[in-house]
Design a protein around this ligand. Sequence first.
Ligand code: NOJ
Length: 919
Amino acid sequence: MKLWIKTFSKTAARLLSTGVFIGCISGNGIAASKNKRQKHQLSRRSTYQALLDSVTTGKDSTKFHIINETTKVPLLAEVYGIEGNIFRLKINEETPLKPRYEVPDVLTIKPSTVRLISCSGDAGSLVLADGKGDLKCHITANPFKIDLVSEEEIVMSINSLDQLYFEHLQIPLKQRSTKENKEDTSIDASQEDQEDLGLWEEKFGKFVDVKVNGPASIGLDFSLHGFEHLYGIPQHAESHQLKNTSDGDAYRLYNLDVYGYKIHDKMGIYGSVPYLLAHKLGRTLGIFWLNASETLVEINTEPAVKYTLTQMGPVAAKQKIRCRTDVHWMSESGIIDVFLLTGPTPSDIFKQYSYLTGTQAMPPLFSLGYHQCRWNYEDEQDVKAVDAGFDEHDIPYDVMWLDIEHTEGKRYFTWDKKRFPNPKRMQELLRSKKRKLVVISDPHIKIDPDYSVYSKAKEQGFFVRNHEGGDFEGVCWPGLSSYLDFTNPKVREWYSGLFTFSAYQGSTDILYIWNDMNEPSVFRGPELTMQKNAVHHGNWEHRELHNIYGFYQHMATAEGLIQRSEGKERPFVLTRSFFAGSQKYGAVWTGDNTAEWSYLKISIPMLLTLSITGISFCGADVGGFIGNPEAELLVRWYQAGAYQPFFRGHATMKTKRREPWLFGEEYTRLIREAIRQRYALLPYWYFLFYCAHVAAEPVMRPLWIEFPEELDTFGVEDEYMLGSALLVHPVTEPKATTVDVFLPGSNEVWYDSKTFAHWEGACTVKIPVALDTIPVFQRGGSIVPIKTTIGKSTGYMSDSPYGLRVALSTKGSAMGEFYLDDGHSFQYLHQKQFLHRKFSFLAGVLINSCADKRGHYPTKCVVEQIFIQGLKKQPSSVTTHSSDGKEEPVAFTYCAKMSTLRLEKLSLNIGTDWEVHIR
Ligand code: NOJ
């Protein structure tokens, strides 16, 4: 079954790229059929023309008609200028037979528009400028094309390759009874052809997908001038930099449950964010294609070429044609609704995208600790023993996880009474260690009239329906199940209510949630998912919104956890399926990976791609879900995971147990050390998440984000930055004795976090690695806050002291920040109960000052250690100065060989103003 699915998908996507026509093998995707239509269309060379005499300019948008020469079906185009240098282009049928699906609930607010001014332009063109006038849309009438111009340079062209494609909804020939409707057939002589091609009815095994109003796909091309580096459109087990698809598969966005997914594959897996970024020296752009149906993206990069112009004199003999990347988006249905994010910098792009879809939810602090999962921890005894194991081996951890077997026959919100007779007692044990519990809750609901979640949902009509009008039924873990229709706000409200403590028997306030199988996964369904003609709230077919189904479950779950605390506590919800904007609801992981080195390696680009498309809180199963990692791989995975945002060990059923202490003392020590490094850095992680939350800065960053003007960084994906201060290069090869680390930036200096050795930037260094080496480098010019003592879990560390790691720049200065709040509530937001401090080091003086005066959060915590790297001269004295003028001498240790200065036994309150003078 699985093999067949993969074969289908690959074949379909490849067909699309190569243009080979095939018969109706697929049945259930646009991939093959879209290709057929594409061929059909292109062979007719029909183009679109904008009717610029129809232009109307409203408060929000400029509208005009576009018409296809062949079908003559009018389309309505709307161009919006949106606050923050964003353009939006919407194209829909002028008068569709019935409304076409427009994705709701993703945009956080109705974006504020800026009035576009129409300037110049002759009869054949129209120029729209935003208020400031440096960004312009040049619209050409015939053939229809839009050029996005910034400072007189065309940065992007739309439809310059004539790939605008819009299949209008049709009344089936058989139903056209009236004369008028019969006449309609003249506008589309192709319907019979389409039927012959099988586009009205496709087969996938035993499934028949009838398209009531015929094929409805849409497509559009974008040419990015001067760009050859593109990123984004997760989720694929692929490189960070998007590949040219001209001789291979197109990137597919279709949320699917793919156990042990193949790597370096363009097949869609669990989630989709239809958003890509393009970067070149001096500019970053973004294209956000707001469509939730099955989508394909083709990418074709044309390298720069040098022409020799023989006719001309020797001076002008050579002309360089800029490189260009063409991106072709195609979706099965819906409308064209695309946002053009114009940057120009990577951080502008992050702000623009977050303005549309929201920022990362601020996670509760515990969720940045280490999570211990397994399918399954068998019973309460098992949980108790594993929990104790961490303490016995002095390994910190924060969260115990229970998979599907904890329930009564996979009925979510229940407990298996034999295995977990007293769930509250078990949670009290965890609470006593300041730890939490996460349990799973999937979207499929076992069909069982005695199961109250099922019977109540059934009674209220809360399930997705099949096209005959009954409840959709499909097989998943519990056997025959129905699927909650989370697209219905009433269903979401009801589902959220299931998390209240009274409704969810056995739950307490330390219990959090994991949403799995929400692509949705339907065993024995086409491609292991739901039929496209299943019906949702509002009568929308599943095909319209497939990719956003999981997003809605995540939303309802997060809302449920907030509600059960009466709005006070931050939720933690992990989801497998996601869409643009899922960051607002919690964390995402990369699903069922395999315990092989190649999967450890691919986790880095996969997480980088999620991170730059808004989803900062992401991680991969540490150790690999499927199979048994050897001890060395497990250690390397813990070391990598400790430096990735969501840090959870997980393993499938029937794999050997692999808790950190089961591989012998030496390996236990290595894993303990990796996890301890994670806990030491928690203040820095927390600050980075605060930045992601308030300023949309990714936590885990590809090098090109931090060094957008350094070409050498654009293709790097075996290392990354955490924030702007730490560069991490996880070891992903077996028996490695060295790794080649690229240290970017010609004006930079980098310090090895372990040996304190330093290098100037813009070079690759060979770093010797032993099994205990995690190659981490601190950027000169940064200050990183750490915890100096590690507890059993984050809860034990709230009062423990801090240290500051100061790494001086080539100019001898450094900066850093620190953020603190209660770690769990919304008081930071509603009551401004937070502390945001700034550290700066200049001319031998380290200053702690307030970074945000709006916040108040008194703390007793002190900075007890300061470690400075890159201090060239031995100081003669070090003194601390408090804001009341008190001066105290400090004992210090200086190492001339390494140029480091260590100050210990300090007692400087982290939340107050003070200075340290080094003379
Ligand atoms: C699939 C998930 O990807 C995996 O993490 C989980 O353990 C199983 N479902 C069982 O719930």
